[in-house]
Design a protein around this ligand. Structure first.
Ligand code: HEM
Ligand code: SF4
Length: 762
């Protein structure tokens, strides 16, 4: 039996349908009926990426050569659309239960390289998966309540939130139910379908800690309460326009206080303003941060308020609020303090760094530190089993690529530690200098320049060796590494941040890292670090040692590293590292000319085009592709002898085409067939937009006839004819869309010049 059959009925019908549709789209792509661009955005919106190490080739600087790797999964500049890729799996606010963890373990074992990777946005990623397996992966996830929809592409990405929400000692209130409501509301919402870029939302329960990293998000929501007429009301301070990347921006306050009732409508209004006015052509400037900067926060706020006032009421804005009061996690066991039992070896160090006392007496949160964010299938299974025995459904991923177990009864800690240690999951040092964060870098990312994971692994192992002899202030520093300036490793908000660059030395390329010092992790990523300069990759461990040594030696009182860097200043910091800048000649030390963990001579020839950005595909193209898929499904039904289904699908395909076109003029046309036909005729047929020089209005007549006459008594012949007609109708839809696009060229040129002038303002 196929997974589709096994899991039928185990997931919401719309999720099942979406995955079936995706499977059909893969089939259409194979038949050459979907363009590369359209299919790329389609798969990206379902979280299926192309990755590096994919087609067995590598450019070694002189040419592209096939690699003699043991595995056929090797590195290359181009991602073939059906080469092994990566599947991103969204975990809203990081919340997971043991059943979901077991499914993730099975999937990474069966389809991937046996590694579940936790990302810097609380997601999971499986690498080296094949596109043909993605529908089953998605079904198996959907059956345990996980969707990969909009895990990438120009869409609302995973909604993140504090992993301590609900148990934190400092939060205003538990943001989890709000993050959950936001995720459900935004998922697939029509107002989020035409963004020029991704849109990242984060929730935080307090201003002072890091967890939500609000300052670097497109939309950040800080929980606050306000007393009105003697009654405490919940709401959010709303931040917009933050982001890292090559041009990092701090988010700006859009509204000081938005009540819980207004949270979703105002977010919807922001999405509409972004979709309407955000840059679409120039990817590098398409994030909302540029729109906010160009318009100014006051004008942006005015537009959002105006948009909010004009929104048609949606009951979902407030229907989730009664459920918020009922939202709570039930601890598996009653709370109890440590009872004096003998403590296992290594426990004290682990407890010091990896255990957080909850505000609920007798309970703690235990952090499972994951080097490089990775755990194997067996470790994941062991962790699921541990979670089931100690805490139940209260597991969360974190933005520093770890996993936390919440609601651990304090008295259980020694046993928990033993069980974690047996699975090699009791590494100490969470949120200390050894807990290095890293993006995927050149291991699998096509934009990677230097090996962020290689460097992170090296730093981690060197620092772990001397962790106990490090000064306490140094132990508390955070290191974050990105493989390039795109900042997926969040290097801007680390004490010691690094991002990969390449430099030419004596005719060779040499891997380097830009050093970014003194960023602030607390205060929701409150300040970005100072870029100091590029240092050869192989000297970065020495840079870390030098900075640690100088900080311990020269710091004043209880000065933080960030304050220390600010006081010393960029020039002096640079001087501290001057002796590390020079690269020895190739013959004297060839080691500098290869990257961490990769003995080959370094080159960037195998970089590819980034996938995270997504493709800009207009909504009408998506809608027409849907119609085309329906015709295809109608053909399949015909072949299977199901004439009624073939007839219904063919009719639907024509309606879908008409709707796609009408939507370009009337976005809210809706799904009612009579309305679609009534709007389609005057707008497209009478105007001769949907028209053929030879056939004139004949093709439009196919829809009108079937619509007016209904299915009647369907025979194989009549169904066959309608499928043929529907096929022509969809073709005519494409031709009409092209005609409209051509007509638009003149206004588009004017818009482009406006974009240029907007850019000039920044
Ligand atoms: C497939 C490889 C990836 C590509 C091509 C890619 C591309 C990018 C790009 C272009 C940016 C800059 C965004 C901008 O300023 O507009 C970015 C930022 C970022 N990406 Fe990725 N990325 C990849 C993988 C990842 C992964 C695996 C994660 C972890 C979940 C991640 C998390 C982030 C974060 C946290 C940022 C910075 C914060 C922000 O501005 O939103 N990326 N990425
Ligand atoms: S920072 Fe660069 S190398 Fe790392 S994942 Fe992002 S795009 Fe890839």
């Amino acid at each position: 039996m196929s997974w589709k059959e096994v899991l039928a009925g185990d997931m919401p019908a719309d999720w099942a349908r979406e995955i079936d549709v995706f499977e059909t789209q893969i089939e259409l792509k194979k038949q050459g009926k979907l363009t590369d661009q359209l299919f790329a955005e389609t798969r990206l919106r379902r979280g299926a990426y192309g990755q590096r190490y994919d087609n067995g080739q590598r450019n070694d600087g002189t040419g592209t050569k096939a690699l003699a790797f043991a595995s056929p999964l090797t590195k290359g500049p181009e991602t073939l659309w059906d080469a092994p890729g990566m599947q991103r799996i969204k975990i809203p606010f990081g919340g997971m239960n043991p059943r979901q963890m077991e499914v993730l373990a099975d999937l990474c074992e069966e389809y991937s390289d046996n590694i579940c990777h936790v990302t810097t946005r609380q997601d999971f990623q499986l690498h080296y998966i094949h596109i043909d397996d993605t529908p089953d992966i998605m079904r198996r996830l959907a059956a345990v309540g996980i969707t990969t929809r909009e895990a990438c592409g120009n869409s609302v990405r995973n909604v993140t939130g504090c992993p301590l929400a609900g148990v934190c000692r400092d939060e205003a209130f538990d943001i989890s139910p709000y993050a959950d409501a936001m995720m459900h509301f935004m998922l697939g919402h029509p107002d989020t379908m035409e963004f020029g870029r991704k849109f990242k939302i984060a929730f935080s329960g307090c201003a002072q800690h890091a967890c939500g990293l609000l300052n670097m998000h497109d939309l950040g929501l800080l929980a606050v309460t306000r007393t009105e007429n003697g009654v405490a009301r919940r709401g959010f301070t709303m931040y917009v326009g933050g982001g890292l990347g090559a041009v990092p921006h701090h988010a700006k306050v859009l509204e000081e206080f938005v009540s819980e009732e207004e949270l979703l409508p105002i977010s919807q209004a922001i999405a509409r303003v972004f979709a309407r006015l955000g840059e679409k052509r120039n990817r590098a400037r398409a994030r909302i941060k540029f729109l906010v900067k160009n318009l100014g926060i006051d004008e942006f706020r005015r537009l959002v308020r105006e948009e909010r006032a004009a929104l048609a009421h949606d009951p979902r804005w407030t229907s989730y609020i009664p459920a918020v009061a009922a939202w709570h996690e039930t601890p598996l066991k009653s709370g109890a303090p440590l009872n004096g039992a003998a403590l296992p070896e290594g426990f004290a160090a682990w407890q010091q760094s990896n255990v957080y006392r909850q505000r609920q007496a007798g309970y703690v949160v235990a952090t499972v530190t994951l080097p490089l964010g990775d755990l194997t299938a067996d470790q994941m299974r062991a962790l699921a089993d541990i979670a089931r025995r100690y805490v139940g459904d209260t597991v969360r991923t974190t933005v520093d690529q770890n996993i936390v177990l919440r609601w651990v009864r304090e008295a259980d800690l020694p046993d928990l530690y033993r069980d974690l240690a047996a699975a090699k999951l009791a590494t100490p040092g969470a949120q200390t200098i050894v807990d290095v964060t890293s993006c995927p870098g050149t291991d699998t990312c096509k934009l990677g320049i230097a090996s962020s994971r290689g460097l992170a692994r090296e730093l981690r192992s060197r620092l772990s060796e001397k962790a106990f002899t490090l000064d306490a202030a140094v132990r508390g520093l955070l290191i974050k590494v990105s493989g390039c300036f795109n900042s997926c490793g969040q290097h801007h908000v680390a004490d010691l941040g690094f991002y990969g660059v390449s430099r030419q030395v004596g005719g060779y390329q040499v891997p380097h890292f830009q050093v970014v010092l003194g960023g602030q992790w607390s205060n929701n990523g409150g300040a970005y670090g100072l870029p100091i300069g590029a240092i050869p990759s192989k000297n970065i461990p020495a840079v870390v040692d030098r900075m640690a040594e100088r900080y311990v030696r020269d710091r004043q009182g209880t000065e933080t590293f960030q304050q220390f860097c600010g006081r010393i200043g960029k020039k002096a910091l640079k001087e501290m590292l001057d002796d590390f800048v020079k690269v020895p000649a190739h013959d004297a030390n060839p080691d500098y000319y290869s990257d961490w963990g990769d003995p080959r001579e370094f080159s960037t020839g195998d970089m590819g085009t980034g996938e995270c950005a997504g493709e800009v595909v207009s909504l009408v193209e998506f809608d027409l592709a849907d119609a085309e898929r329906e015709v295809f499904e109608a053909q399949l039904a015909l072949e299977a002898g199901d004439v009624a289904k073939a007839d219904a699908l063919a009719y639907r395909a024509m309606l879908q085409t008409a709707k796609a076109l009408v939507k370009t003029q009337l976005p809210d046309v809706g799904d009612d067939a009579a309305r679609i036909v009534a709007e389609f005729k005057p707008r497209f047929v009478d105007t001769e937009l949907f028209f053929d020089r030879f056939a004139k209005g004949m093709v439009a007549g196919y829809l009108f006839r079937r619509h007016e006459e209904g299915p009647g008594s369907i025979t194989p012949e009549s169904a066959h004819q309608l499928v043929e007609e529907a096929s022509l109708f969809v073709e005519a839809g494409h031709a009409c869309q092209l005609r409209m696009a051509e007509k638009k060229t003149a206004p588009a040129a004017a818009a482009a010049s406006q974009v240029v002038s907007l850019e000039g303002l920044s």
